[in-house]
Ligand binder design. Sequence first.
Ligand SMILES: [Fe+2]
Ligand SMILES: [Fe+2]
Length: 207
Amino acid sequence: MVRLQYATEAGEFGHMPPPLTLRGMAKTAKELLKGTKANVLLDKLGERLAFERTGVRLYDSLIVKFEATGSWEGGPSLEELVAFRSDEARHFDVMVQALVALGADPTAMTPSADIIAVESLGVLQVISDPRTGLAHALHAQQIAELADVAGWDLLASLAETLGHSELAAECRRALAQENLHAASVSRWLKAHAEVAARGELEHAVAS
Ligand SMILES: [Fe+2]
Ligand SMILES: [Fe+2]
């Protein structure tokens, strides 16, 4: 009953910031005139930007785990972790460019960016805990990668629907890389479970 009362009385979760520049405002207004709500796209761009920035930090921490404990047979190599980190950084940059091109402020915390930041708190906690190993951290990272795949898929569809075909193509390129991330993390975790089940984990060495 108390939760219901709070839910009916609470206001909205965050709000969209106004456009940054006059030029941007004019463009945003134009979008609205075309019958689309520009804020919906800007909110989702802000969400993706926030999550990709977090993605870079997650891979930074995964690289530390790797350096601390090494990998296992069928586990990740340092080169793969470093390459995936670069992918996340590039995806972040794609979102910065997209927001700037639309006249929006890429540093703004949009409502969906705020929501996804709260969602990823558990993942960050597991990965930044010094007691967790690389496999524990990758198990948490799997949540981030699956959310990444879903997020880019949604953004590609939305951009396409709103007629931003260049942005949609960029999103699909990122989606292809995120699919590789998700499949790789899944493969590493399966290999870890198999090595552990064979009782061979103590022989795991850094590659
Ligand atoms: Fe990502
Ligand atoms: Fe990713």
